[in-house]
Design a protein around this ligand. Sequence first.
Ligand SMILES: Cc1cc2nc3c(=O)[nH]c(=O)nc-3n(C[C@H](O)[C@H](O)[C@H](O)COP(=O)(O)OP(=O)(O)OC[C@H]3O[C@@H](n4cnc5c(N)ncnc54)[C@H](O)[C@@H]3O)c2cc1C
Length: 364
Amino acid sequence: MEYDWDAIIIGGGPAGSTVARYAAQGGAKVLVIDSRKEIGTPLQCGELVPTNQELKRLCPDVPDIDDLFQRTDEIVSKRTSKMGLVTPSGKKLIYPFEGEILYRPLHDQHLVKMAKSSGAEYVTKAKVDDVIDNTVLLRNGVKYRGKIIVGCGGPKDPLRKKFWNEKSLNINVTFVLMEGDFEDQVDLYFGSTAPGGYAWMIPKKGGANIGIGVQKRFTKGKNLQTLSKEFFSKFEGNITYKGAGVLPMSGTINQFTKNNYMLVGDSAGMVLPSNGAGITTAIIGGRIAGQTIAENIKNEKALDNYQKEWNLQMGKVMKYSKRGIQWGGIMFRSPDILVNAAFNPLTKPIIWRAVTCKPMFGIY
Ligand SMILES: Cc1cc2nc3c(=O)[nH]c(=O)nc-3n(C[C@H](O)[C@H](O)[C@H](O)COP(=O)(O)OP(=O)(O)OC[C@H]3O[C@@H](n4cnc5c(N)ncnc54)[C@H](O)[C@@H]3O)c2cc1C
């Protein structure tokens, strides 16, 4: 069978561009298709990632982290060394956390650049409407044929929608960029401030990224707009940007590959539900998928090795993240008075282990 491309990747975000980078680096002929004019824009993100050092502690089974995450100074707005977890009454537990706050549009463009220098090609402003067998159909009528089709189109990826019937819990999230003076520390808010989800204040150079995501079934009739207004009004500053998006919160789906189809990143549920991190996990998944594609093209290695390798590198982290959010869900649905009481010096390390995807009571 003749194909135009070894792999066609739908979506050029962190997942898609990383799959492209590693598949092309391994010799595959790769095309990335993205509906956006400029990948990464408009901004839909809180923009927080752990530093490479922090990530090595959080995900100890992921190899070669410094090769995978190569951030330049221009794409980092600020660095931080602390994170606060905040209850509805304002009680705060503070932890050491080495984070980098990105200029996300520049970050995603940087990933595109790395994929292109490995040899991947891009078509932008091109929406994928359908996939039939090995053919990807664009809204403008253009068709491409690929041996492997990879769905990296985020929570509403067209490949996932058509060929996977597994449901994920997607929560609606809204955020603003605010100019002003903010504490030099990331704060995550839980409990009735953001029922069933979380809210954040992430400081940036000259301002902050402030956002909130909730689960409708826990909001007791209040909608996201009302809750976000209440939350944003806690902070002083000029709003310069408003954005929104969807965050998958139920963890990875059961099956990442079906025949010659693969899902990576948000489309496969790779966001860590206990803290909302999805950029680094999409990139980790993207490298494994890209390397598997290259091996498949070279010597027919089965595509489902991708999921086996993901489980070796990220299986424990995802398992404890899911467990953490289950415990958190019970706690944060309790009355605020109990949530406040539960945040105390005794529980402080247990709460942090749940948020950072470690076994809560220290037993693996
Ligand atoms: C408001 C918000 C705040 C967040 N904050 C953080 C944070 O602070 N830190 C963190 O780590 N994670 C955060 N996340 C999660 C993170 O943004 C995602 O997990 C990450 O972007 C996943 O990367 P991806 O490549 O899978 O998907 P995306 O980044 O969503 O990329 C998908 C790409 O596919 C393209 N696409 C979609 N459909 C089609 C189609 N039919 N045809 C062609 N192209 C298509 C899109 O244009 C897009 O470029 C946040 C998410 C949201 C919504």
